[in-house]
Design a protein around this ligand. Sequence first.
Ligand code: ACM
Length: 767
Amino acid sequence: MKPRIVVPLVATFCLGLLSVSAAWAGDAGIVTPKLLPQPAHMVLKPGSFEVTADTPLRAADGPVLRQVGMQFKAMLGDRLPLRLDLAKDGSHGNNIVFGFDGTRAWASPDAYSIDIDEHGVRVHAGDAKGLYYGAVTLAQLLTSGDAESGSVRLPALHIDDAPRFSWRGLMLDSARHFQSVDDIKRLLDAMAQLKLDVFHWHLTDDQGWRFPVPGWPKLTTIGDCRIPSGDGGIDAATGKPVPYCGFYSEAQIRDVVAYAAARHIVIVPEVDIPGHATAAIAAYPQLGVSGQPVAVSSEWGVNVNLFNADEATMRFLEDVMGQVAKLFPGRYVHIGGDEAVKDQWKASAKMQARIHELGVNGEEGLQAWMIARLERYLSAHGKRVIGWDEILAGKLPPSATVMSWRGSEGGVDAAKQGHDVVMAPAGDLYLDYLQTDSPNEIPGRPSLVTLKQVYDFEPVPKTLDAQQATHILGVQANVWTEHMRTFARVQHAAFPRIAALAEVAWSAKSQRDYAGFLQRLPAMLPRWSAQGIAYAATPFQPIVTSEARDGGVEVTLREPLGYTVRYTTDGSAPTAMSPAYYTSLGLPLPVTLSAQAFFDGRPLGAAVTRAFTAASLRSRSDEELATCSRKLVLRLEDDGPRTGDRAIFNVDIFDPCWSWQRAPLADIATVEVRAGRIPYFFQLAHDEPSRVFKPAQTAYGELELRDGCDGRLLATVPLPAQPDADGFITLRAPLQNAPAIGDLCIRFTGDTRPTMWVLDRVTLVPR
Ligand code: ACM
């Protein structure tokens, strides 16, 4: 099917963003379709049809149609309550009709069509999945405009839609942090509304094992619990450890599988082998290389513990795969294969003997042998194996599918070798990477994966020929949850970027248009709110930066997605009539600035308010400072308090330093530094030697201030053994011989592992 969209809209340009300002052909009252993902083919036609609360919804014979009718009603929720009339005869007009059409050659089971004319709405498909997607699109058409009036005038149109890719995936890591079944259902609902159809469920890792396996009870009595690092793992009142535990029972898994299936989402369970295995080895040390007891890990990164490849361990893994095959009816099982550093296998005489006995090519050959053995087992149970791109390192069974995460190169190699591929490159589709550089971001990895980066990702690299390209099954974004202690953070990470993913996965390449996407995205926000999805506010809020300038302040406002920003400087809330921001503002002190993003005359996110005074300009938080080398910058949460809000720090864990560039140091007597202390809770395997720390001169190290990261020492203050009771310290460093303007670098010396000092705020105190 040749994708084509004909949407005759009157458009205006506003700050580089296409801004739709009128509906079809100037016919006021007819909604402009705001669809996500954009359909393959949509033609607007003259005429319209008004849907009211009384418009009959007719789903002809059969339980499938009845179900889709009910689902359609649920999708609209309270936004447009429709009467549900399940009469069989839908031919009388002035109604909405869902029906199967077996006479057409549908492009895929996901395909559907919608026709709207003055007599009503007809949604057709050849398959239940396509009909469901037709209902999703119709629900989006009905929620493209104002919801307040209770009726919607839809434009006459024809939509013929089918996806570009069959694998439209989202991965959720339930091992590092655990989400409730209700939370997962909310995520599945939102995925289905964007026509995503694969839920990759990462269920095992170093930090937790999350499902029961008959015959191996300790997986869910020991393997499912860890003691969180630092204060988060201790009851302050009793001093006793407080474990973090959780697993999904068989009944819960069946419930989630059925819930997903009803929304045409298939679940791909992941059991990670041979690495990311510490939780299982903690439960059964005989599965590990040394046989010695280990604890379920409470540290992030790459742990060295691997499963051994003994026959007994292979039988354990087959028991696990048998359970997976029983609980998850989908075709694919993910066997991991990532980040399995082979140090333990290399150092073990027993493992070396096993390599010799099996006649495999070293440690990579042994991993490939394990994968091949499990592949045979899973094939016999009607399953196909998928694994991370490291599985390409050894000889791989031809039927194995490769998930390319270390860039797209692994996917290219795999497709050229004839393997099916799912593209999920970290630099484009990892949603634990932050989406903006706002100080209000959640913890995560501050190397950004912006909404635009997700949107611009092209799953079929140019280096593949047409035949090789057929191996690209689709795309997937991954939500790793090391830094997502709550489901609110999972939602923040996934939304709105999941909408960009959906368009990459569903819409034809020729339909992709970022400016058009930004036009349609605001209509998604109330839909998400109605579903109880707490999407990230940060992309829709101006980021405020400021510099002292000529006795006043120069303020720069940047809206991460480029929406129009309006502002006030008199303490009032911005409105659609407030001045639009174009270029930096020179303002006198003191001043209170409020700024807010607007689209189509409506606010997008809450206003951001900042009060500027001479004193506030002499103080910066860690988010407002640079780092020296950006070796491994993370946005990390404090380890306590155990419940409630925690501070968040930007820190380069391999070179912890903070730099205030061009700091105004003339007339500054003292630099005041507030610092917190967090666990150094990382396992970084071969990367650990890249860590930089400056030797300490005194027992607990020093706070050091320099002019430039490796520049002249300006001040030094000894650090205490412990922070204060609140977990913070405030240190005052008298400045000597500072330049009038300098790149003020702040460091804490010494190798402070297993903890580390982190900067919270720096304040320049004048003479
Ligand atoms: C991965 O991110 N380790 C697949």
